[in-house]
Design a protein around this ligand. Sequence first.
Ligand code: ADP
Length: 616
Amino acid sequence: MAGGGPGIRGGPFGGGYMTEEEKANQPKVTPALLKRIFSYLKPYWKQLALVMFLIAVSAVLGLLPSILTGRIIDEGLIKQDMGKLVFYIVLSLVITLGASLIGVADTYINTWIAQHITYDMRNQMFRHLQKMSQRFFTNNNQGDIITRMTSDIGGVERVITSTFSSILSNSLTLIVALIAMYQRNWILATIGIVIVPLFTIPTRQAGKARWSMTQKSQACNDEINGILNETMSVSGQLLVKLFGKEKTEYNRYRSVNRKMIKLNIRESMAGRWFRVVLTTFTSIGPMLIYLGGGILMMKYDNNLTVGDISVMVALLGRMYIPVNSLLNIQVDWIRSMALFTRIFEYLDMPVEIKDKPDAVALPDAKGNITFEHVDFAYEEGKMILKDISFELKSGRSIAIVGPSGSGKSTIINLIPRLYDVSAGRVTFDGVDVRDIQLAALRDRVGVVSQETYLFNGTIRENLLYAKSDATEEEMIEVCKKANIYDFISAAENGLDTLVGNRGLKLSGGEKQRISIARLLLKDPTVFIFDEATSALDSISESKIQDAIDPIIQSRTSILIAHRLSTILAADEILVVQDGRIVERGNHKDLVGAGGVYQELYETQFSKGEKQEETGI
Ligand code: ADP
């Protein structure tokens, strides 16, 4: 009976019911949105036209065997003509095979188009997201970004291969089936159409009931998982044991578990009842046509043949799936539009930090940096930096110190334009950084951040990220300078040692030194270090110190310092508190001034280090 032949497709989203959330957030389908979606299809219009043609052919061919059933019965079986019987049977089979083959071609081209469109979209999205500012990545959940890149765009592929072609193919199948039925006999055709809702109403009702039950059992399942997570973890069990709550927890678990079995039983029974209702209704349709056809044939219409009646029954069976799919397509359609809306929402986010049209390059950068009355807020109205002014002359070094959260990292973020100032300006060689080409600026400013990030790959690959054409000698030289060469040469594969998840696990200090080597290879004009606050062992610390010290002394550099030795190596110290520079000068001036620096010195910089470095 209602078997899905070639050319009959369902929607991509499975269940045809929307959650309350989806209902509330239905996207507005505007002509502009449709036009925009269409713009992605446009480059592939030739292939699309071909697909539409193939879908149409396969939908029509898919119905022909049902129509030929009439011939098989009337001309073959009833007239007992062996030749015709075999002919129509073979013809039916050939057509079915043909329709299936066309279906293969259509699926191939359809998938090809969908893949190419999503390929374009993914690339466009990736390029766009790469231009987004640091603010975007801090404010947005990484999971959400990845979902949009992967499953949302993946959803678009399903929309194209499934929703769009399902609408086309199902509508065509339906129209052709209707025409064929009305051509045979309008009375039986009308009986058939009147019956169609009988198929669909119970399907929808039962589907709805199952959907709501699935939702409930899902919630129940979440609750069970929650309890398991809470009680089966080390700390959870500790709490349970120490408070003697075993019984309470068991009761809680048992009661949800019981709720779950009830729901599960009801859910499977709903499925079973659904099949009973469906089978009953689907067999009523053909029976009514047999009855109506029989009455017509026997009492009124001598032209009606047994074959005609069989064709009607067969066609009616072929209408069931398209009607059902089309009734559900509205939900698929809304979900598809929601997908596109979500994707476009990301693509439309303005690029906050970008090149001005007349941005300048930095042909021979000196590395003079100034902050002129800089104010900065991450969020509107919440000033983080206030009136920051200082000058870093080429070849000199500045250490920024201050309590945690005072704004030190924020200051250095403004130099490579990870963020733009709210007021005032930051200049590089006298030019406002906002007037410099971003690529040039970031090429000239190098940062080793606290959270050193190494890619999964070899040490060599990580180094080459900074300078793709670096020679072996250059790499070894920077590794030596960064005090990591001994470590690398002791490793079995040297520079080709894998690091990260797939390879060697490096300590924080080793990672820092590799990233210092990476920066040395990049050879920027200005070096920026955000010294790690996390405790490193004293050997690691002194190795990093030995790597950084020569840089501080010989290169233009600015560093957030937590250790006295680094602070002492710098030419000038800026003390930041609550987003303001509250003191500045050198160690000698500041240490006796009785201000923030002195307090920091007494409380934070390690005692041993103090004695060692200053002899106090
Ligand atoms: P420091 O480096 O001195 O520890 P930061 O510059 O990291 O301080 O932070 C200064 C202030 O800015 C803190 O109050 C911090 O909470 C806030 N802050 C830092 N990064 C962000 C961000 N991306 N969005 C909003 N506030 C931030």
